[in-house]
Design a protein around this ligand. Structure first.
Ligand SMILES: Cc1cc2nc3c(=O)[nH]c(=O)nc-3n(C[C@H](O)[C@H](O)[C@H](O)COP(=O)(O)OP(=O)(O)OC[C@H]3O[C@@H](n4cnc5c(N)ncnc54)[C@H](O)[C@@H]3O)c2cc1C
Ligand code: SF4
Length: 567
């Protein structure tokens, strides 16, 4: 998608900041409704079809493809720009906080290399306060979002099966593509876990298991053989760059300017936003664009930063509640692994399958929790790993030469992993704010993060470790995890890349930043469409819900524009 410098002067109805899951859905939905849109994307132009090398072996890459500060997830990873650190664009932390902030800087944002696990939130997830008195309820419930989940699943292509468990809603017929069969290690885990009363189900994954024909952006079924983190030239996994963005562009209503770092929302008359200001990352020049409405879809942290850097100095825009920047959550994360003798020395065959897990372990203890038998609130799930490949050194004996080669062959495919993702409850010590002194290379004040896990998260991870180890023991596995306190095995804040909640939605303008359509209470033509609006961050990965809420918010915005409400 070529950069078009003149677009800044052309009239548009809506300017959309960001082109990831949220921005892509906004552009698609609004342009289909006849709305003229301009996407401003801070990252560079990117076309997976032209740039992704799906087949090269890691041995063709420098350092055999291993991660480096430039390419933290490996040489071939789809992140062509951005990562844990972005040159000239720092962020800071309060003393004693450990927070990592993953920032993409490319067209399509994080959809180019995300994990694609897309569970639906359930009824409890939208009303957590009503269940346990912690945090706040969302102003909407599962039934409000369900029709949008149905449409998003069909639109982006999700495979999976029924779950049939409390707080894990099933998709109606026709929403999901068939799931792939479980791999051998996954079948073993299923048998062991279910014998312990722990359920295992087909994962819901945004990867096509059937072709999805389309005149503009045809997508093909996965051929089960290449690492998805590189991106997918055949469009089998959902990325906005191979689906929503080209489809939106084909309407003739969308223009895209890349390398456009939006610095603030510019206010106009009658308390409304007039548009935004951005810096051309290549030339450093500042530009302003005007529009009838501004959609912020820059990702939770950047959307919050933009609002904090706009409006009143020291308070920000749309912050009459004082909640902007507060209520930051990330998922908890911890990984457990074991060497399973029964899987050792297997004959080699292809069990690649679609990228990532075919099955997973959903949270199963809601009843016990309700009876007060657990020492933590909310839930967690396990994502499952176990494939042929280089075994971890912990699974190998201390031998050398031929013996080492033999040991590697024997252990390949015999290590299984259970990766925990759990809910964090917002706490008053975890937030982001504008750093009073530090600016990025464009002169834009940066974010400063404060972060702290509470006892709920620590106890939850300790419980998860006991559950994972019980599955490993049932398989006669040798546990490979270091024996450390739960605080020391938990990932740092932000490291699971599910940051949410810093401009939360609510029914009351006094305690929330936006309404359930992402519209800020204070400025009625500024609409937020990313994870910043989440009133809580359930253990279930957030992107399906980001997409569903962005679809819902975009349709509402299109209606308001056509009715003249934003004239
Ligand atoms: C390795 C990895 C694995 C993941 N796995 C999963 C998973 O399995 N399931 C799941 O649900 N989620 C997963 N996620 C999280 C998921 O990717 C995000 O929830 C989702 O992509 C967020 O979408 P978004 O549109 O809000 O933000 P982004 O995808 O971050 O897009 C925001 C865009 O805005 C641009 N931008 C930022 N600031 C500005 C600015 N000032 N001006 C202009 N443009 C700007 C950025 O460059 C970016 O392109 C994963 C993420 C990563 C990195
Ligand atoms: S495994 Fe499938 S979805 Fe992943 S990159 Fe390869 S073809 Fe695409």
């Amino acid at each position: 998608m070529a950069r078009s410098p003149k677009v800044a002067e052309s009239a548009v109805d809506v300017v959309i900041v960001g082109s990831g899951a949220a921005g892509g859905m906004a552009a698609y939905t609004l342009t289909k409704a006849g709305v003229r849109c301009l996407i401003l994307e801070a990252g560079r132009d990117y076309d997976p079809q032209a740039e992704v090398n799906m087949f090269a072996p890691e041995s063709d890459a420098p350092l055999r493809g291993t991660g480096t500060p430039d390419k933290p997830f490996g040489y071939f990873d789809a992140t062509v720009d951005g990562g844990w650190q972005v040159e000239g664009e720092p962020y800071t932390m309060t003393e004693g906080s450990d927070f990592r902030w993953w920032r993409p800087r490319m067209l399509g944002g994080r959809t180019n290399h995300w994990g694609r696990h897309v569970p639906r939130f359930g009824a409890y997830d939208f009303k957590p306060f009503s269940r346990d008195g912690l945090g706040v309820d969302w102003p909407i419930g599962y039934d409000d979002v369900a029709p949008f989940y149905d449409r998003v699943e069909r639109m982006i292509g999700v495979n999976g099966g029924p779950i049939g468990l409390e707080n894990h809603p099933d998709s109606p017929a026709g929403c999901l593509m068939p799931p792939p069969k479980p791999r051998v290690p996954e079948m073993l885990i299923t048998a062991a876990a279910e014998s312990l009363g722990i359920p295992v189900r087909a994962a819901h994954t945004a990867v096509l298991t059937r072709d999805m024909p389309d005149k503009v952006a045809p997508r093909s079924a996965c051929f089960n053989a290449t690492p998805c983190t590189r991106g997918c030239t055949i469009g089998a996994m959902f990325q906005t760059t191979t689906s929503l963005l080209p489809m939106a562009k084909a309407t003739g209503k969308l223009r895209v300017v890349t390398d456009a770092m939006v610095s603030r929302v510019v206010m106009g008359a009658r308390g409304r936003a007039a548009g935004v200001e951005y810096v051309d990352r290549k030339t450093g020049q500042r530009h302003q664009v005007t529009a009838r409405a501004v959609v912020l879809a820059a990702g939770t942290g950047e959307t919050t930063r933009l609002l904090l850097n706009s409006g009143e100095q020291g308070r920000g825009l749309a912050n009459s509640s004082g909640e902007l920047g507060r209520n930051l959550t990330d998922s908890t994360g911890a990984s457990f692994s074991a060497f399973i003798p029964g899987l050792a020395g297997r004959p080699r065959y292809n069990e690649d399958g679609i990228g990532g897990q075919h099955i997973y372990i959903p949270f199963w203890l809601y009843e016990q929790q309700k009876r007060g038998e657990l020492d933590f609130a909310r839930g967690y799930h396990f994502e499952i790993g176990g494939r042929f490949g280089l075994p971890s050194s912990a699974a190998l004996p201390r031998v050398w030469g031929k013996d080492l080669k033999q040991a590697v062959r024997n252990a390949s495919g015999a290590t299984i992993g259970l990766t925990l993702r759990g809910e964090m409850i917002p706490n008053k010590d975890t937030f982001c704010e504008i750093d009073p002194t530090v600016k990025d290379r464009f002169g834009i004040p940066v974010l400063r993060f404060a972060f702290r896990w509470s006892k709920h998260e620590v106890n939850q991870v300790a419980h998860g470790r006991r559950a994972a180890h019980s599955v490993f023991k049932r398989l006669n596995g040798t546990i490979l995890d270091p024996d450390l306190p739960p605080e020391q095995i938990m990932t740092a804040g932000g490291e699971i890349i599910h940051e949410l909640g810093t401009a939360r939605m609510g029914a009351d303008p006094k305690s929330s930043v936006v309404d359930s359509y992402g519209q800020t209470w204070d400025v009625d033509n500024v609409v937020l469409m990313d994870g910043a609006t989440f009133a809580s961050g359930p253990h279930k990965n957030p992107t399906l819900t980001i997409l569903a809420l962005a679809l819902r918010a975009s349709e509402r915005l299109a209606t308001r524009l056509s009715s003249g409400a934003l004239a």
